[in-house]
Design a protein around this ligand. Structure first.
Ligand code: PCA
Length: 200
């Protein structure tokens, strides 16, 4: 039997965040032999641009994953946030890493939310079980991360799809207690419950 394929994405730097720890976490997890024994991890780092969000379907078609785990940096977070939903909301005043403003609306139907297709509570519990602070979040923001989750949840075919916002590491925010290795462990723990729902 072929291993389930997980598309794992992170983001590059963006205004206010000269380094994005999700980039490091994706590279580390995609290189881990213990995970590769169970799942095929396809890692991608997206530029923080509205064009990259618009092109996400192409990545889905090219990689044809069984599940999708999207990562982003939440600059002011102190815990790992497992996002329960994408909101139909976009901050048009804020620019992306290319200096561009987004379109005024997100694509798709006119619903206020799209619920994540993922065992949010089990993922959060798996992270917390390692002694790493984690919480379910009902607000993925109104910037690119929220837009990417919105778009991923609207894509067909439907498949398990989650978004995890990571707090900054101490390289990015000197007072943060988080090291890259902790973020890596947290995301590795969340992958188990997510991939367990493939085919259900
Ligand atoms: N965080 C931003 C966009 C890219 C990222 O890593 C966000 O939370 O929207």
């Amino acid at each position: 039997m072929r291993r389930p394929r997980l598309l794992l994405t992170g983001f590059g730097p963006f205004p206010g965040a000269p380094r994005n720890p999700t980039e490091v976490v994706v590279a580390r997890l995609a290189a881990r032999a213990d995970l590769a024994a169970r799942i095929e991890i396809v890692g991608r780092v997206l530029p923080v641009t509205w064009d990259a969000i618009a092109g996400f379907e192409t990545i889905l078609v090219e990689t044809d994953p069984d599940a999708v785990l999207l990562l982003g940096l939440a600059r002011r977070a102190s815990v790992v946030r497992v996002e329960a939903r994408a909101r139909n909301r976009i901050l048009t005043a804020v620019v992306d890493a290319a200096g561009r403003h987004p379109h005024a609306r997100l694509d798709g139907e006119d619903m206020p939310f799209r619920p994540a297709r993922a065992p949010i509570r089990a993922m959060t519990a798996a992270i917390a079980a390692l002694g790493l602070p984690a919480a379910v979040s009902g607000d993925a923001g109104a910037y690119l991360c929220n837009a990417l989750l919105w778009r991923a949840l609207g894509a067909r075919p439907a498949r398990p799809t989650a978004f995890v916002h990571l707090p900054p590491t101490r390289e990015v925010a000197p007072r943060s207690p988080w090291r890259a290795v902790d973020l890596e462990r947290a995301v590795a723990a969340a992958i188990g419950p997510l991939t367990a729902t493939i085919g259900r």
